[in-house]
Design a protein around this ligand. Sequence first.
Ligand code: CP3
Length: 355
Amino acid sequence: MNNNDIQIPPSGVRGLKNDLFLKALKGETVQRPPVWMMRQAGRYLPEFRELRDKYDFFTRCETPELAAEITVQPIHRIAPDAAILFSDILVVPRAMGIHVELKDNLGPIIPNPIRSLADVHKVYVPDVNETLGYVFDAVKLTKEMLNDEVPLIGFAGSPWTIFCYAVEGKGSKSFDTAKGFCFSNPAAAHTLLQKITDTTILYLKEKVKSGVNAVQIFDSWGGMLSPVDYQEFSWKYINQIVDALADITPVIVFGKGCWFALGEMGKSRASALGVDWTCSARNARYLSGGNITLQGNFDPSRLLSPIPTIKKMVHQMIDEFGKDKYIVNLGHGILPNIPVDHAKAFIDAVKEYGN
Ligand code: CP3
């Protein structure tokens, strides 16, 4: 290992004013669990919608000042215990030569999806500093703006989830085309998955060098695969990323609908595992081996309940997971129609726990 492999973030972990999140990732005892929300920098916030009306999606991602400003919006408004960099999982395939558009109400569109080995050969592992430098600049700027108040999370999509969009060409309920490509042309599929994995490792390492305090891998579409196929087409690649990052930063793996893989994940070098709301706390603890930190799993639609109900359910959820080795979160991203005071009540309920 040379000196370049060990990177001390510009503002060291020890300097953080609120380190509850990092303590939970290390499995240390805490007064109360930390809380943040997936997609907390998003459309339920009026100040986000204002910027969205002025700048298109990838402009927001590619302009460090905008990305940093959007990242800190929820910190000021609802005060979670961690910030997550505003960006998107799709900046990675864009950097690999795959053209991605984001259409209002349609979600991501890839006009020329990958459907053959020849298509796979056109995709490359890029120089991440050249193609994704704007993300690293956004990390540095956000760290300055956060002023060590809370840690900053960096993220990437899992190779399988990126592959789903790259091959399907758009969002889908079942991703049959992406699955069909794996089953009919496994060699080409594995070549593409490996290129995405190699790029993601370079990308996340550079994010850590730029100052993020932890990383999360979003496997949003892992639950589309059977347990056996999940091992071959998703977990195998996520695990390479976990192994490549574990020495330099805590890694959280969130697989939506992937409760069946918690056993394998619990044996990996990940620091925490995300759980969605279809898996009970008890089952998640049992399946993951009982020792690893878990994160989740409030049903995002449950934030439409009256505030007293939200608070009661959050306290029950903490009782069920236990306050230690636990990070309070939703079971997937916050929905755009959630009232801000309900989002705030979710965060406040955690801070009031045990009072
Ligand atoms: O958590 C945060 O606040 C950070 C921001 C963040 C975004 N995307 C911003 C975004 C994160 C962590 C993501 C990850 C992401 N992006 C995932 C994995 C998490 C998940 O929700 O499953 C996925 C699958 C994507 C791909 C993607 N990006 C989709 C399917 C869409 C359109 C659907 C939608 O939710 O609108 C996007 C666009 C997107 N990414 C928006 C935001 C705030 C909304 C569009 C906009 O702001 O104009």
